[in-house]
Ligand binder design. Structure first.
Ligand SMILES: [Zn+2]
Length: 244
């Protein structure tokens, strides 16, 4: 069986007769990380692959274990976010763009993974509200804290006022804090996050976080945001962490 993500019909599980055989004509087209045109027919309530042609094979991804692990994770997330007969054009485009850049190997993998995670969440209806602090509305501060579960911001000034009990913050916010799911973002990390959420699809990767610690923080926030909203982990993510 192979899972194919299609633009109009979402994820389709397809039987590939002899797909693993080296002499099968379906061997190439049914490989992982293959973008192609597929010829599929239905028989006994199952989909079968008859043939197809490769548009882009993303060969470079399989050349190195860390790339392979990251590519597998991206595919697993895309698979998880795509249902049968659901329009999946946007998530497919995001996946293809990210896989292309992972294969090219020029951009930081932390950045590629984080952009994919944030944008995949936006496409799936979990877009955070980043226009400003939910209390004072300002959007510049030493640190902006992202409330991961509710997808909203609180600035460091309002957070310290809360600690001094000069403003009251609702119980639901306290609950989030107890779970340690308030992540502080420096101006560079916050700007990157906003860029990914609000840019057009073609521009989402066009930024750079130069400081290594800030880049790692950006990656950690993006990953936590995705995992908390989906409510489960991914085997391929564990594998990626183990080879990184
Ligand atoms: Zn504030």
């Amino acid at each position: 069986m192979a899972d194919i993500i299609t633009p109009e019909r979402g994820r389709i599980s397809v039987c590939v007769k002899g797909g693993k055989s080296p002499v099968s004509k379906l061997g190439g087209i049914s490989q992982l990380f293959t973008y192609g045109n597929y010829e599929i027919y239905e028989k006994n309530s199952m989909y079968w692959m008859r043939g197809g042609s490769i548009i882009c094979p993303f060969y470079e991804i399989s050349n190195e274990i860390e790339r392979l692990a990251l590519g597998t994770y991206l595919c697993e997330v895309a698979n998880d976010l795509t249902g049968e007969n659901e329009e999946s054009r946007e998530i497919l485009r995001l996946l293809l763009n990210t896989l292309y850049l992972v294969g090219k190997g020029e951009k930081s993998r932390i950045q590629l993974k984080a952009v994919f995670e944030i944008r995949a969440m936006c496409i799936s209806g979990y877009c955070p509200e980043l226009s400003g602090c939910i209390y004072c509305k300002k959007n510049r501060c030493e640190f902006m804290y992202l409330d991961i579960l509710r997808g909203r911001l609180i600035c460091s000034d309002c957070l310290s006022k809360r600690e001094n009990k000069t403003i009251s913050i609702s119980d639901e916010f306290e609950y989030t804090e107890q779970k340690n799911l308030l992540f502080g973002m420096t101006p560079a990390v916050f700007a990157a996050f906003c860029h990914v959420v609000y840019s057009q699809q073609g521009k989402i990767f066009a930024f750079e976080i130069k400081d290594k610690t800030e880049l790692e923080d950006f990656g950690k926030i993006a990953e936590t945001y995705l995992l908390e909203h989906l409510g489960h982990g991914f085997k391929s993510l564990d594998f990626y962490r183990s080879v990184k």
